[in-house]
Design a binder for this molecule. Structure first.
Ligand SMILES: Nc1ncnc2c1ncn2[C@@H]1O[C@H](COP(=O)(O)OP(=O)(O)OP(=O)(O)O)[C@@H](O)[C@H]1O
Ligand SMILES: [Mg+2]
Length: 429
């Protein structure tokens, strides 16, 4: 006989590799569990990039003493009862495999005090085996400590990256949960040094804490979905943080679709919310990939929302709500290249070539080579324009499907609030 049935502990160690490949994957699962347990404060500590130690402490509901030993078993979950529940998912967890997977490839200690109990309980697990159990004094909540990840899976351990790299991955991951749960306090220590300390706040405040000021907000409800986007255009390195139903999403094609709409030099934080049955997160064990039930419809609604130009949905957050006008007043042309115009409280700088290029591109349809043809036949920079021609170009701009970026992702315009100009001149606006 050549065929052998592997012993269960070996099988689960191998299967664990689907969910847990790195310390950041452990942090993700533990933090999601804390958030599912309604924690309002989550503390994460790591040492050696998480290779030696990962600890996540929360003040959530805790685990009932009778459940404590169960949670490290395969398929142990309190979050769903049957497959049907997957259609109405409101928790991060549903597979009942994260703690089991982590436990089978590490030395783990779980301490938890259920909210209706006077004491906490602790179990220690080594390579999936429960090795001790005792009572402990502790506040309500849960603390999971994971040491020596992959100590019993040397091949995997060898593939871990340098300490710095693993630490950066964890910090990036925590920022995503910080963005999506601004009301939760989040503290992060690495090698006993505090890296993040975020107090509970609201969405915009969190975003500004992490990325600075200067965001525009787009808030739109369209059909079955809601889109909230915070965008800062023309930054030196574009960055996109994407969440669907509060879950960080890294689906490449979807992100690329959004980058094309927003431009490659945009820092964007985008929240898409839709009914749970319209979206499937169970396409990958790590739940970072998303599939939409009505993909084309969903994408076109998202695109429309992001391209909306109505001033009542695009508020400049650092400034007061602009006086609303539809009319543009052309002021003139700079360098025979840039059209200067005013609308409401904003001064606009339009790139004449890019408006014309974008318009050609949209009328050609976004086929192969369309961008080149669009560019060649467009109005060139350096061409002097009459006032009438400028007005016409602005009219064209208003009708563009994507008024923000050219086919190659360069911004078509830049606008500045009059208040900023007044301020520079020491005048009050
Ligand atoms: N921090 C926590 N606070 C309270 N309960 C917890 C915590 N962590 C885990 N649990 C309990 O342990 C169970 C198992 O956790 P585990 O992460 O393995 O599975 P899950 O979250 O249900 O699903 P998934 O595998 O998709 O994450 C949870 O369903 C929950 O009942
Ligand atoms: Mg979980």
């Amino acid at each position: 006989m050549f065929v052998k049935i592997l012993p269960p502990e070996v099988r689960s160690r191998i299967a664990a590799g689907e969910v847990i490949e790195s310390p950041a994957d452990v942090v993700k699962e533990l933090v999601e569990n804390s958030l599912d347990a309604k924690a309002t404060s989550v503390e994460v500590e790591i040492s050696k990039g998480g290779k030696r130690l990962i600890l996540v402490r929360d003040n959530g509901t805790g685990i009932h003493p009778e459940d404590l030993e169960k949670v490290v078993q395969e398929g142990a979950t309190s979050k769903i009862e049957s497959e049907k529940d997957l259609l109405n998912l409101s928790s991060y967890g549903f597979r009942g495999e994260a703690l089991h997977s982590i436990a089978s490839v590490s030395r783990m200690r779980i301490r938890s005090r259920f909210f209706q109990e006077r004491e906490g309980y602790e179990i220690e697990v080594e390579g999936g085996e429960i090795v001790s159990r005792r009572k402990v004094g502790m506040p309500i909540g849960t603390e999971v400590e994971v040491r020596d990840l992959f100590f019993n899976l040397p091949v995997r351990r060898k593939f871990l990256k340098r300490e710095d790299t693993e630490r950066r991955r964890i910090a990036d991951l925590l920022k995503e949960y910080a963005l999506v749960r601004p009301s939760v306090e989040l503290v992060f220590f690495s090698n006993a040094r505090e890296v993040l300390n975020l107090k509970p706040s609201d969405e915009l405040d969190r975003i500004e804490r992490l990325f600075g000021r200067g965001f525009e907000r787009i808030y739109r409800e369209a059909g079955f979905l809601k889109v909230r986007a915070y965008v800062k255009r023309n930054v030196s390195r574009g960055e996109l943080h994407l969440f669907v139903n509060s879950r960080p999403v890294s689906t490449r094609t979807f992100k690329e679709f959004l980058r094309k709409i927003l431009g490659y030099k945009t820092l964007g934080v985008i929240f898409v919310d839709m009914p749970p049955f319209m979206v499937d997160f169970n396409v990958h064990p790590k739940k970072r990939e998303v599939k939409f039930v009505k993909e084309r419809k969903t994408l076109s609604l998202i695109r429309d929302a992001l391209l909306s130009r109505e001033e009542d949905v695009i508020l400049h957050l650092d400034q007061e709500i602009p006086r609303y006008e539809t009319e543009f007043r052309v002021i003139g042309q700079l360098d025979n290249t840039i059209i200067l115009a005013q609308r409401g409280d904003y001064l606009y700088f339009f790139d004449q070539h890019l408006i014309s290029e974008r318009a050609n591109y949209e009328s050609l349809g976004e086929g192969k080579g369309a961008d080149e043809i669009a560019c060649r036949s467009a109005i060139k920079s350096g061409k002097r324009l009459s006032e009438k021609e400028m007005e016409e170009l602005i009219e064209t701009w208003k009708k563009l499907k994507n008024p923000h970026v050219c086919p190659h992702g360069r911004p078509i315009y830049y606008r500045i609030h009059l208040k900023d100009i007044y301020e520079k001149l020491g005048r009050s606006f």
